[in-house]
Design a protein around this ligand. Structure first.
Ligand code: SAM
Length: 247
């Protein structure tokens, strides 16, 4: 089993990735981000939606929202959250490697570093062509990752995250001349350590832009955060947006 297929990994480390604080911050980001401003009733696919941090606020902006994720456990959590706050949200269990709904969406989102998971670069590229095929002409794909340039600013120092009654140590190792990144996580709770190691591709803005263009997207732009700020020395994220041509 590949690391990204392991429900236990997403569950065990969920407090660091999907905290209530992040859920509240995400709701605020989604409500105000100019990058997430689409016409009313736009059909939005949240690809790799996890436990649904974006789903409810996206529905709150008046969009018709679908969440796709491979993890049954993450989808269960997303269902629980949506049940009361946004029951109209559609949830689908599927693999981004194969998931295509031809010409069904105005927007495809892939956020919080949910791209670059596959060992074969062609498989990661296929996620882009799948997204293109799921979009209507004129539709947008937006991918949010930690850009290589941003990572270079702080990588190397272990990160410590304190949780309620537990803590997580995260150590990053650059592999293959800055092609991929291995992150080793250790969760310590009640004196018991749970370890996990994940490896994924990392992209510079130029590399991800080139992949978008090779997949047939036009008007490709890079941003440094959801406020639409430039991807420069102040960037916190790498957000790449492209449009499926109308022809
Ligand atoms: C880092 S989390 C991000 C979740 C969510 N986008 C967020 O902002 O919280 C990545 C998610 O991708 C899902 N995932 C991993 N591999 C996948 C695949 N091959 N197809 C679909 N989803 C996948 C995981 O189950 C997890 O929920």
């Amino acid at each position: 089993m590949h690391w990204y297929e392991d429900d236990g990994f997403w569950s065990d480390f969920s407090e660091t990735m999907f905290s209530e604080r992040r859920r509240a911050e995400t709701a605020d980001v989604v409500a105000h981000s100019p990058l997430l401003e689409f016409p009313a009733h736009s059909r939005v696919l949240d690809l790799c939606c996890g436990p649904g941090l974006y789903l409810v606020p996206l529905a709150g902006r008046g969009y018709t929202v679908t969440g796709v994720d491979l993890s049954a456990e993450m989808l269960k959590r997303a269902r629980t959250v949506c049940e009361t706050a946004a029951p109209e949200v559609r949830l689908v269990r599927a693999d981004m490697l194969t998931h295509v709904e031809p010409a069904s969406y105005d927007v495809v989102l892939n956020v919080f570093t949910s791209f670059g998971y596959f060992d074969d670069p062609q498989d990661n590229f296929r996620v882009l062509t799948n997204a293109r095929d799921s979009l209507v002409p004129g539709g947008q794909l937006l991918i949010d990752v930690m850009g290589k340039e941003v990572l270079a600013g702080w990588i190397g120092r272990p990160q410590l995250v304190e949780l309620d009654g537990a803590y997580v140590v995260q150590r990053d190792t650059v592999l293959d001349d800055w092609t991929r990144l291995r992150t080793d996580w250790t969760l310590v709770r009640d004196g018991i350590a749970r370890e996990a190691s994940i490896t994924s591709f990392v992209y510079s803005a130029a590399e991800l832009r080139a992949l978008f263009e090779a997949a047939g997207f036009t008007d490709v732009e890079c941003f440094g955060g959801f406020d639409g700020e430039p991807y420069d020395q102040h960037a916190r994220r790498l957000i790449v947006r492209g449009t499926k041509p109308r022809r």
